[in-house]
Design a protein around this ligand. Structure first.
Ligand SMILES: O=C(O)CCC(=O)C(=O)O
Ligand SMILES: [Fe+2]
Length: 311
């Protein structure tokens, strides 16, 4: 199974419709994919990774190996209620906490800020492409996520440290993500991330060619009325070295009210007789039009409206 790779440079070329179709399939059938040629500066990405690794070595490593979970690992069976992960969380939007994270160097703060600005642009671009593919208004996802102050954006900066007993603990236990669009800058050497697809765990290889890994969260599944998926995933602990992961969450605001986009809903709550009446008149028409008419009827509009526009 080849994980879909969406080449953003094709969006400006003759290959646009083919690329859009690939993106749609990735969102529908996989819930995860990679993006290349996304336009984020390679050097900026390398710098974020380098400074984060350095920050871990200087400020996080010692305290991680002091934790009780680490010390008791050998004396336990499988640990099912903890993760082998050392992380911190940066909020960017709607308010930033980066200056409150005392141990971060000025260099890391500035580099992270510049990098996240790029990630936000990429998330918004992606949300627009998803809307286009779903046949809904271009800014529908951004608006749905906005609440009173705009979407909420945060980044989990994590190292999954080298683990002496990877069979006894997960790097991060199985879950789906609560929010919207997740953009992951991951280690270019050490693997560990796995996604569940069609009954099997798919291993996500370390990033090459500056690719960014994307997955969609529960709110995208809900907004799209289940057309797009939030897939189960996990991080395996490993003996092979530290694994870096910088995951940016482009999520709804806390006060955003979420519901499926009405255009994507199937008709519901109608009397079957009413459906049959309409069906008799429109049996040889496209069923999508019939569904729209049933939805309009439920909304109190004339049931003829959609059909008469066609005839
Ligand atoms: O670190 C990773 O690769 C995945 C992180 C993740 O799934 C999460 O934080 O929700
Ligand atoms: Fe996740």
């Amino acid at each position: 199974m080849e994980i879909p790779v969406i080449d953003f440079s094709n969006l400006e070329s003759k290959k646009r419709s083919e690329t859009m179709a690939l993106l749609h399939e990735a969102c529908e059938k996989w819930g995860f994919f990679m993006i290349e040629n996304h336009g984020i500066d390679r050097e900026l990405m390398e710098r974020v990774k380098h400074l984060t690794n350095q920050h871990y070595e200087e400020n996080m490593k010692d305290s991680f190996y002091e934790t009780k979970a680490v010390k008791t690992l050998e004396n336990n069976g499988f640990i099912s209620n903890k993760d082998w992960e050392s992380s911190f969380f940066v909020r960017h939007h709607t308010s930033s906490n980066i200056n409150e994270l005392a141990s971060l160097s000025q260099d890391l703060r500035e580099t992270m800020d510049a990098y996240i600005d790029e990630k936000i642009k990429l998330a918004e671009k992606l949300s627009e492409l998803m809307c286009e593919n779903l046949g809904i208004e271009k800014y529908r996802i951004i608006e749905a996520f906005s609440g009173s102050k705009g979407p909420s954006v945060g980044t989990k900066v994590a190292i999954y440290p080298q683990c002496p007993h990877p069979e006894l603990i997960r790097g991060l236990r199985e879950h789906t993500d609560a929010g919207g669009i997740i953009l992951l800058l991951q280690d270019d050497k050490v693997p560990g991330l796995e996604f569940f697809k069609d009954g099997k765990w798919v291993k996500i290889p370390p990033s090459k060619n500056n690719r960014i890994f994307i997955n969609t969260g529960d709110q995208v599944e809900i907004l799209s009325n289940g057309v797009y998926k939030s897939a189960l995933h996990r991080v395996m602990a490993t003996k092979d070295g530290n694994r870096l992961s910088i995951a940016t969450f482009y999520n709804p605001a806390g006060d955003a009210i979420i519901s499926p986009v009405s255009k994507l809903l199937l008709p519901n709550h109608f009397r079957f007789d009413d459906y049959l009446n309409l069906y008799t008149k429109t049996k040889f028409e496209d069923k999508g039009l019939r569904f729209e008419t049933m939805k309009n009827m439920a909304a109190g509009n004339s049931h003829q409206r959609v059909l008469t526009t066609k005839n």
